[in-house]
Design a binder for this molecule. Structure first.
Ligand code: MN
Length: 294
C-alpha cells in the first residue's frame, strides 16, 4: 500500500544525528513512505537538518508524543495545564518545521498509569486547551490526532466512542482520532465497530500486534481490521508500530511496559511487517471489489 509508515522505535530510541539517519535510511530502503518520530526534543537534534534529510529520503513524517505529568492538560492544576499547552504548541511547531502534517499520540492527558479516576474538570481543561491548540495547528497545516490508548496508559480516553465525544466537545474540525490495533484489542468491544464508528474522524492509524511483536504472532484479527478500513474508505497513513527490549528508550519503553525481547532482527521484522500489511490490505480490497461486482 502507498501510505505505509513505520515507527522509528523499530530502529532506535536514540536522537543523535547518526541514530536518526540510520532510521530514515532503513525505512526508505525497506519501502516505507513515512517515518514516525515520538517525543522529539529539538534541543537534541537539528530540526532543519532532519527536515532536509526526510526530503532526501522521500519520507513523509508524523510526530507523536504523550504529555508528561508536569504538563498534563487533564490536570485540575492551572499551572500544569498551562505547561501542557506550551508543550503541545511546541510539538505543533516541530511537526510543521519538519514538513509533517500530523501530530498524534496522547495529546489529551499525561502518558502514564494513573492512580485516580478522571475528573469532569480535567476533561473540560483538556477540551479547552486542545481546541485552542487545534486552531493554531490548523494555521500550521497540522492536524491533531488523539491516540486512544488502553487503561494502563491514560485514564481519559480508552475507546473510540469516548474520543468522538471529546472531539465533539472541542467543536474543532482539526482534531481526529488516532486508533491503534494493540490498544483497541484491549479496550474496544469490537475493533471493527470502533473503526466504523470513527468514520471520517479517523485521522491516523497504528498497526500493532496484541503482544507488540511480529504481525501475525498474536490475536489481532488483521483481515477484519483491513476489511473495516477499506469499508470505511480510510485512505490515509497507516503506521507499523512494534517494540522490543532490543530498542530501549528511558521514557517510552518503561511507560509502554516493554520488558521482553519480542525480536532482535529489526530488518527482518520490518520487512515481514510490510509484506504482511500489503497482503492483508490487497486481500481486503479484492474482497470489497468482488463483493461489488454483479
Ligand atoms: Mn500506537
Amino acid at each position: 500500500m502507498d501510505k505505509l509508515g513505520i515507527h522509528s522505535f523499530v530502529w532506535t530510541g536514540g536522537t543523535t544525528q547518526e541514530d536518526l539517519e540510520g532510521a530514515m535510511e532503513k525505512s526508505h530502503r525497506l519501502g516505507y513512505r513515512l517515518i514516525e518520530f515520538p517525543r522529539l526534543d529539538p534541543r537534541k537534534f537539528d530540526v532543519a537538518w532532519l527536515a532536509r534529510r526526510l526530503q532526501d529520503y522521500e519520507l513523509a513524517v508524523a510526530v507523536t508524543m504523550g504529555l508528561p505529568l508536569e504538563g498534563d492538560i487533564s490536570s485540575r492544576d492551572a499551572a500544569v495545564v498551562r505547561r501542557g499547552e506550551e508543550i503541545l504548541s511546541d510539538a505543533v511547531a516541530i511537526t510543521r518545521d519538519l514538513g509533517g502534517r500530523k501530530l498524534g499520540g496522547i495529546l489529551f492527558s499525561a502518558h502514564t498509569k494513573y492512580r485516580s479516576l478522571p475528573t469532569r474538570q480535567g476533561w473540560d481543561n483538556s477540551v479547552a486547551v486542545l481546541s485552542r491548540v487545534a486552531d493554531k495547528a490548523k494555521q500550521a497545516g497540522v492536524t491533531l490526532n488523539l491516540e486512544i490508548v488502553n487503561r494502563f496508559e491514560t485514564n481519559l480516553l480508552n475507546t473510540a466512542a469516548q474520543g468522538l465525544a471529546f472531539i465533539e466537545d472541542t467543536g474543532s474540525d482539526n482534531i481526529f482520532l488516532h486508533l491503534d490495533t494493540f490498544h483497541m484489542n484491549i479496550e474496544e468491544a469490537d475493533p471493527v465497530q470502533a473503526i466504523k464508528l470513527a468514520g471520517d474522524k479517523l485521522g491516523y492509524f497504528h498497526i500493532g500486534e496484541s503482544n507488540r511483536g511480529y504481525l501475525g504472532s498474536g490475536v489481532v484479527n488483521f483481515p477484519a481490521i483491513f476489511d473495516a478500513l477499506v469499508a470505511s474508505g480510510y485512505d490515509d497513513w497507516i503506521t507499523f508500530e512494534s517494540f522490543s527490549s532490543e530498542v530501549v528508550d528511558e521514557d517510552l519503553s518503561i511507560i509502554c511496559a516493554i520488558w521482553r525481547n519480542s525480536w532482535s532482527d529489526n530488518i527482518d521484522l520490518a520487512r515481514r511487517a510490510k509484506a504482511y500489511i500489503d497482503d492483508r490490505h490487497a486481500e481486503a480490497r479484492r474482497k470489497a471489489e468482488a463483493a461489488r461486482t454483479p
